[in-house]
Design a protein around this ligand. Structure first.
Ligand code: ZN
Length: 160
């Protein structure tokens, strides 16, 4: 069957950036399973998955607008070192949970300069084109409960 709304699809993927560096991959792990049409995966990839069948392989480049969003400079902030109470060492790459204007968000430390720490609230992949190499491994109909919940149950999905 072909991937369409109310289908559960499983796929292997390798994600690389513009420089050809591997950012993430399902190689050696279980394939990623998702409910099609529910925004479980980035929009640019979900659209390309439509109509594919088990066994199909394809490559797609997803623009930031259809991936993890464009990079917002306003989400980059300098905060005093003292704001990180109870943290002994702060280094670039560390992630913290913070309360942003739209609720909880994850920020990544991008620079530490003396008593000033620069944090970036953008998704780490914001502003990047996503190069996906995809292999569809399974397509099945979603259960009514999965459609109601908006996510997959069972292997590769939610257990609750
Ligand atoms: Zn559920």
């Amino acid at each position: 069957m072909q991937i369409a709304d109310r289908c559960v699809a499983a796929f292997h993927y390798t994600l690389t950036n513009d420089q050809g560096e591997i950012i993430d991959s399902s190689a050696g792990r279980e394939p990623l399973t998702y409910l099609h049409g529910s925004g479980n995966i980035v929009p640019g990839l979900e659209r390309e998955m439509s109509g594919k069948r088990a066994g199909d392989t394809f490559n797609v480049v997803v623009a930031p607008e259809e991936g993890y969003g464009v990079h917002h400079d306003g989400l980059v902030q300098s905060v005093p070192r003292a704001a990180f109470q109870g943290v002994d060492t702060i280094e670039p790459g560390m992630q913290f949970h913070a309360n942003g204007p739209q609720g909880p968000m994850t920020v990544t430390v991008t620079a530490v300069d003396g008593e000033t720490v620069t944090v970036d609230g953008n998704h780490p992949l914001a502003g990047q084109a996503l190069h996906f190499a995809i292999e569809v491994t399974e397509v099945r109909e979603a259960t009514a409960e999965e459609v109601m919940h908006g996510h997959v149950h069972g292997p590769g999905g939610h257990h609750h």
